[in-house]
Design a protein around this ligand. Structure first.
Ligand code: MEV
Length: 438
């Protein structure tokens, strides 16, 4: 059977589904029924989702959970989290509750600078290019006035434009390196529109510049695009308390706990294999809130991991110390987020998440997201350095196994009771379920 097709995007949604079902499924009607079962019953809502991307055939669900009791800068917040991994929301909620009685989370916005670049090739005397740039610099601002007017009204806009000589890296390679403040929007469209205009201005002005010879006046623009590396769009989240206050029923010896906890963070600071997993745990919290609030988690992921490698070796995003009997644990993380534009005003569940967060500004959302990351990291390290991670994980995983086994309500009650005091493993759950069924 021919599994290639031309003109697929021009087919109707029904035709696309039929082609997929007939081409890839032994029981096409079942595949069609499943796909349609995941359509929203409200046609308008479904149409909205259909139009987010091309070739939509259905919706892909992941759960939206909430983690309440986050005391952030003395204000309680309930954090929405879209995530499929069992135990993440439970861990966030547990960490939130733990810190709510120990002063809560404190956050600071370090900066909100976004970055974009025009990458171009220039063959000629560098001193002439520098002179040219200085003379036309103002034009970059005036030629983008219609693009920046609204952003300026909101207090944002272009912060700086620099000419950067990159010829030590690639022959003839230069950049316009620009920084922006995009206020409450993530700003990708705004930045890219500005950059494309900079590129046009650069080329047009070069053609008329009297000091350039013919080759010099032919500036070749390779591309104009924002950077997802935003080391100066940075937020810090922190928790701190006297060591003895860390005591609770799972931390009978806070001195020992805090020492081991700091050691675990130090290992992630110096050992990349551990740092990746350590940061993955942080991203469990960050991505879940980024996704729930309609933000671009790929951009956030790329930027965060680049930041974690900024010193030449991949390292921990979080840090911990004990000083004068005080335990402090903090996280610095670059987050380019928006609370207006994009999906934020379109996706009904995103709108709901933002309303639950009391309609935060972008910097406020940065703080909430960073806190979710720190809480997740705290929960993971707390388990890892005490009971181990599997105890909590397998308890949550039990539900997934029970779903696979299609356990009845009565079976679930009996199985859950049994595994309160027994170690959960896939085999153990299957064996116990079979024994019940005999
Ligand atoms: C699992 O999703 C995340 C952890 O592996 C994070 C960590 O090891 O710190 C538990």
């Amino acid at each position: 059977m021919n599994k290639a097709i031309s003109g697929f995007s021009k087919l109707s949604k029904e035709e696309k589904i039929k082609w997929i079902a007939d081409t890839y499924f032994s029981t096409p009607n079942e595949a069609i029924a499943l796909l349609k079962n995941y359509w929203n019953t409200d046609e308008k809502v479904q149409q909205l989702h259909d139009e987010f991307i091309e070739n939509t055939i259905t919706n892909f669900y992941i759960p939206l959970g909430v983690a309440p009791n986050f005391l952030i800068n003395d204000k309680y917040t309930t954090i929405p989290m879209a995530i499929e991994e069992s135990s993440v929301v439970a861990a966030a909620s547990k960490a939130a509750k733990f810190w709510a009685t120990r002063g809560g989370f404190k956050t600071t916005i370090i900066d909100t600078e976004k970055i974009g670049q025009v990458h171009f090739l220039y063959q000629g005397e560098v001193s002439k290019l520098n002179l040219f740039f200085a003379q036309i610099k103002e034009q970059f601002y005036t030629s983008t006035a219609s693009i920046t007017a609204n952003m300026q009204k909101r207090g944002g806009g272009i912060r700086s434009i620099e000419l950067r000589d990159k010829t030590d890296l690639l022959p003839n390679y230069f950049q316009l390196h620009a920084t922006f403040d995009t206020k409450d929007s993530m700003g990708a469209n705004f930045i890219n529109s500005c950059l494309e205009q900079f590129a046009k201005t650069l080329q047009a002005e070069a053609k008329n510049y009297s000091l350039f010879n013919e080759t010099e006046s032919e500036i070749e623009v390779v591309m104009s695009i924002l950077s997802n590396y935003v080391p100066n769009c940075l937020v810090r989240a922190e928790v701190s308390c006297p060591i003895e206050d860390l005591m609770d029923k799972e931390i009978p010896n806070p001195q020992e706990f805090s020492t081991k906890f700091v050691q675990a963070v130090q290992i992630a600071e110096v050992e990349p294999y551990r740092a990746v997993t350590h940061n993955k745990g942080i991203m469990n919290g960050i991505d879940a809130v980024v996704l729930a609030t309609g933000n671009d988690f790929r951009a956030v992921e790329a930027g965060v991991h680049a930041y974690a490698s900024r010193k030449g070796q991949y390292s921990s995003l979080s840090h911990a110390k004990i000083e004068n009997g005080i335990f402090t644990f903090w996280l610095d993380v670059p987050l380019a987020l928006g609370t207006v534009g994009g999906l934020t005003s379109l996706h009904p569940v995103v709108k709901l998440s933002l309303e639950m967060l009391e309609k935060p500004s972008a910097p406020e959302l940065m703080q909430i997201v960073a806190v979710a990351g720190l809480a997740q990291n705290f929960a993971a390290l707390r388990s890892l350095t005490t009971t181990g991670i599997q105890e909590g994980h397998m308890k949550m995983h039990l539900n997934n196994i029970l779903n696979q086994l299609e356990a009845t309500k009565e079976e679930r009650i009996a199985i859950q009771k049994h595994f309160e005091n027994n170690t959960v493993s896939h085999n153990a759950v299957v064996a116990f379920t079979e024994s019940l069924r005999q």
